[in-house]
Design a protein around this ligand. Structure first.
Ligand code: CMC
Length: 428
């Protein structure tokens, strides 16, 4: 039975199809709204109710706390898959066979070098530059070294562009850190796994061998999987909208990195640790920070809490919390900040303000604690998020281009002055 939604304006009725999609979700299709109503538009700041696209990549049910990539649950993927398998799944739609996975990894390794001139660009950045700014600039700069744009109708060209960025991005991420740390820019080792190689590129000192702890590799692999996609969030929508002008893959990704940087989005992982540090310095006074978060005259928010879509536990936060305990135990790290985080979480979950607004810990609440335990410096947390999100951005960009979606161009509801005649400067 086809469903219809009716909108009545000034006594006149307009009907719109209601589409029922997988997972029984309903959506009112308003594509013809302006045409049939003579220019009536909708207003929905922050797109809280607006689906910007149809997508077959990630399913998220914020009420139930469900997250699935291509139908596979995040819990199962985090436990059983590795990051490159998940990247392949997100981008190409199916889990790879052993042969496909080996080829994918080998093709990525084949691209794990960047033009030597990139080093000159890095040289120009001040040491104190935030690595997210460096990373987005370098990702854009890759276009200068790979100027041909991808023919999106060619599977082969698309594949080549994908392995190229998956190969080069970890190098750029590690180099953004090494510049800051004053370490020589160096390459990894293609005999290693993707994550292990990344850790080596980050931390290898010229004077010592680098031994990677399997506990660290395992934990990081899991974190990257948990961050790999999250449907139409701020950075992903940015990647899609930039790409919708037919801009290339690398510049669309660079735009996504900038969107991710903000503290309301991926930058929250850094902000959480800074907040927990501040609470620690303040004699662990969590009550004071809870009060600040609830005070509407104070711009402070409890970082790592709340989510646009989840009105229940963020399933990623649940996995990360367990993982944080395990990693700290296995590495023998004691961090008083973990206890502060747990205390803050308990207080928030019992507090009427947070309960009424359905504010739960999100992915960023515990991830920084693990990054710290793994030895990753605080301002590299958001670049780590970007490294994890890369396959999701690529998958979404590819889907958008393959579906030949129209250029993203929202309408507005104009509230400014009506026409007024121009006055010369001497008459104003
Ligand atoms: N602390 C205190 N109050 C909050 C918080 C918070 N962290 N988050 C939301 N609220 C309140 C907000 O003030 C509002 O209250 P009221 O109804 O009285 O005006 C209500 O809850 C609804 O909030 P909203 O800002 O309308 O919700 P949103 O969907 O626009 O914002 C959010 C979602 C994630 C930006 C927000 O919850 C927030 O700022 N959280 C802190 C930053 C953070 O942890 N970001 C990471 C998100 S997960 C990583 C990712 O981006 O994928």
């Amino acid at each position: 039975m086809s469903r219809i939604a009716t909108i009545e304006i000034d006594g006149k009725k307009y009907e719109f199809p209601v589409i029922e999609v997988t997972e029984n979700e309903l959506a009112i299709d308003i594509k013809t709204l302006r045409a049939v109503t003579g220019g009536v538009t909708t207003i929905d700041p922050g797109y809280k109710n607006t689906g910007s696209c149809e997508s077959a990549i990630t399913f998220l049910d914020g009420e139930e706390g469900i997250l699935r990539y291509r139908g596979y649950s995040i819990e199962e993927l985090a436990e059983k898959a590795d990051f490159l398998e998940v990247a392949y799944l997100l981008i190409f739609g199916e889990l790879p066979t052993k042969v496909e996975l080996e080829k994918f990894h080998s093709d990525i390794k084949g691209q794990a070098i960047v033009d030597e001139d990139i080093k000159k660009i890095i040289d120009g950045f001040p040491k104190a530059a935030h690595p997210m700014g460096v990373l987005s600039s370098l990702t854009s700069a890759l276009v200068a070294f790979n100027p041909t744009s991808v023919n999106v109708d060619s599977e082969e060209e698309m594949y080549n562009a994908i392995v190229r960025i998956l190969g080069k991005f970890p190098v750029l991420t590690a180099w953004a850190y090494r510049k800051q740390a004053g370490l020589p820019l160096d390459y990894g080792d293609n005999s290693l796994g993707y994550v292990e190689n990344f850790m080596k590129m980050m931390f290898k000192k010229p004077t010592e061998e680098y031994e990677c702890n399997p506990v660290v590799v395992d934990a990081l692999d899991k974190l990257l999987i948990l961050h790999a996609d999250h449907e139409q969030n701020c950075s992903t929508s940015t990647v899609r909208i930039v790409g919708s002008s037919n801009a290339g893959l690398f510049v669309s990704l660079s735009a996504g990195i900038n969107a991710l940087w903000g503290p309301l989005h991926g930058g929250a992982n850094q902000a959480v640790i800074e907040m927990l540090e501040a609470i620690k310095e303040d004699d662990g006074d969590t009550k004071k920070y809870m009060a600040k978060a609830k005070d509407k005259s104070d711009p402070f928010r409890l970082m790592g809490f709340g989510h646009r879509v989840y009105k229940n536990f963020d399933p990623r936060a649940k996995i990360i919390k367990v993982s944080a305990d395990k990693v700290m135990h296995e590495l023998g790290v004691e961090d008083p900040i973990l206890e502060i985080a747990k205390g803050l979480e308990k207080e928030a979950l019992e507090d009427k303000y947070f309960v009424d607004r359905k504010l739960y810990p999100n992915v960023d609440f515990y991830s920084g604690i693990i990054y710290r335990a793994l030895g990753i410096p605080t301002d590299m947390f958001t670049p780590m998020f970007a490294l994890g999100r890369l396959p999701g951005w690529i998958a979404q960009w590819r889907e958008m281009r393959q579906r030949k979606e129209p250029i993203g161009r929202p309408r507005q509801v104009y509230i400014g002055e009506t026409y007024r005649p121009f006055k010369k400067v001497e008459d104003r």
